[in-house]
Design a binder for this molecule. Structure first.
Ligand code: ZN
Length: 476
């Protein structure tokens, strides 16, 4: 379904390229600056991820993008495809996390996601990991840290100055923004730490005010074992006024004692799918059966289960529709890890709904790694995945199926770096072909991460002096 938008983009770009030839040639011929393949060197922690999305939007000739920078604050940059001019990154706000020197871990939950409303105002949500009890009562879940915040650009499409918009609760985390074709804005997030409902809030006035949070996935204590039901959904646009949701289940156990220590384990299982029609307010499963929200574990297992993964852990679903409206899901799945090592790379797996039941592709050839899915037709499916081989060669590549997801082949390498791995964003919204995904390079021994904007021609280049943000910030 993303294909339709992509074609519109292509037409626009050809037009821009034709008009822009003269100015581009002049700029290139006079440029003596050394170019680098990254646009900033101040990414921090897991600077981008698939869950906080979109982290980038193509809008009127410009790609806007955001990521977590120094002190876990949100940073925003833009790239003008016609003039090849980069702007920023500018700091869009100050996170309540990342400042306390007694906490040695980078939290990473509060990284930014963005939306551009119909008036051109850019919205960023960031900074939350469940909030804290001093901020008040969380009626929908528990607490952990930080404060979910909403900032807006002071001027339309201007990333240089921002102001706080105090109109969302402090308890959110994993913000996911969606703007509908009629301009309505939806902000989806988890209303607290692990033991919290997932909610959305709707705005019909360009994000100036939001309706009350509406719970659609319910956290609930289990009566068969000492644990609480928890969820990790990923929401994006479906057909017309519909939103589509892929999710997995987290059993949040009260204790996992390993070698005398109580360790919280990221036990995530199964694949689920449901649909929300924003016009009618109706929630349903793939077969069209109606669902009451908030969906409980019992209802999810009965009505919206795509696949059971008993004995294997899941991580981070992604989803897209084919032109007939049939959903295709990507979910990474790997072995359970009962030791103190908390996670390991999982294999990207493909599922599709054939009209009556869910089908899991077997032996697809897809690698271990996270990424996003783009379905061009019922036969042609692409994954964009970050992966690492046995020799620590890190790679971001496109994997293509031409047989409806049965098998995939690597069809394009967008970026490759030795002794590295990458944190990857979801696909940029309405992407320009040259700028489809954002990655951060993780290299052992480096505190800050180089940030890359990748597309059909690999990374979008930038003047080295401009890209070395840490040096610029030292001077300021
Ligand atoms: Zn948990």
């Amino acid at each position: 379904m993303k294909i339709k938008k992509r074609y519109t983009t292509l037409l626009v770009c050809f037009c821009f390229m034709g008009c822009a030839t003269t100015s581009q040639e002049i700029k290139t011929s006079t440029a003596e600056h050394e170019k680098v393949d990254y646009f900033a060197d101040n990414g921090f922690g897991n600077a981008v991820a698939v869950v906080q999305h979109p982290a980038g939007i193509y809008h009127k000739g410009v790609t806007y993008l955001c990521y977590q920078g120094p002190l876990e604050d949100p940073y925003v940059a833009s790239y003008h495809h016609e003039t090849k001019e980069w702007k920023g990154p500018f700091k869009a706000g100050v996170s309540e996390m990342g400042k306390d020197s007694t906490r040695d871990k980078i939290d990473n939950h509060g990284k930014p996601s963005m939306l551009i409303d119909d008036a051109g105002t850019i919205h960023i949500a960031f900074g939350g990991h469940g909030g804290m009890s001093i901020q008040g009562n969380n009626p929908l879940g528990n607490y952990h840290y930080g404060k979910n915040m909403h900032v807006v650009s002071k001027k339309p499409l201007d990333i240089s100055s921002w102001e706080i918009s105090e109109n969302i609760p402090p308890f959110g985390t994993y913000n996911q923004w969606i703007k509908m074709d009629n301009g309505d804005i939806y902000l989806f997030y988890r209303h607290g730490a692990h033991r919290s409902n997932w909610v959305y809030q709707k705005s019909t006035d360009e994000g100036r005010t939001f309706g009350q949070p509406v719970s659609f996935l319910k956290h609930k204590r289990r009566d068969d074992q000492p644990a609480v039901d928890s969820w990790y959904p990923w929401i994006t646009k479906g057909k017309g006024s519909e939103l589509i949701v892929v999710f997995d289940y987290h059993i949040c156990t009260d204790s996992n004692v390993i070698a005398g220590k109580n360790i919280h384990l990221p036990k995530r299982y199964n694949v689920y799918y449901m649909v929300f029609d924003t016009q009618t307010g109706i929630w349903k499963n793939a077969k069209g059966e109606l669902l009451d929200i908030p969906v409980t574990r019992e209802l999810a297992d009965e009505k919206v289960l795509v696949a059971q993964t008993e004995g294997s852990w899941t991580f981070q679903g992604v989803i897209d529709l084919d032109p007939e409206g049939k959903p295709h899901i990507g979910m990474t799945i790997g072995e359970e890890i009962e030791g103190s090592r908390r996670s390991a790379a999982k294999t990207m797996c493909h599922f599709k709904f054939d009209g009556s039941e869910w089908v899991a592709s077997k032996n697809t050839g897809l690698p271990k790694g996270n990424g996003d899915i783009e379905v061009k037709s019922a036969d042609e499916i692409h994954f964009y995945i970050e992966a690492q081989d046995k020799n620590d060669l890190g790679e971001v590549a496109r994997w293509t199926s031409t047989n409806g997801g049965e098998t995939f082949q690597k069809t394009k390498v967008l970026l490759q770096k030795s002794k590295s791995n990458f944190a990857i964003s979801a696909l940029i919204e309405n992407p320009h072909p040259d700028a489809q995904i954002i990655v951060a390079q993780h290299k052992p021994g480096t505190r800050f991460k180089k940030m890359f904007l990748l597309g059909e021609n690999g990374p979008v280049m930038r003047d080295k002096k401009e890209a070395q943000r840490l040096k610029i910030e030292e001077k300021e």
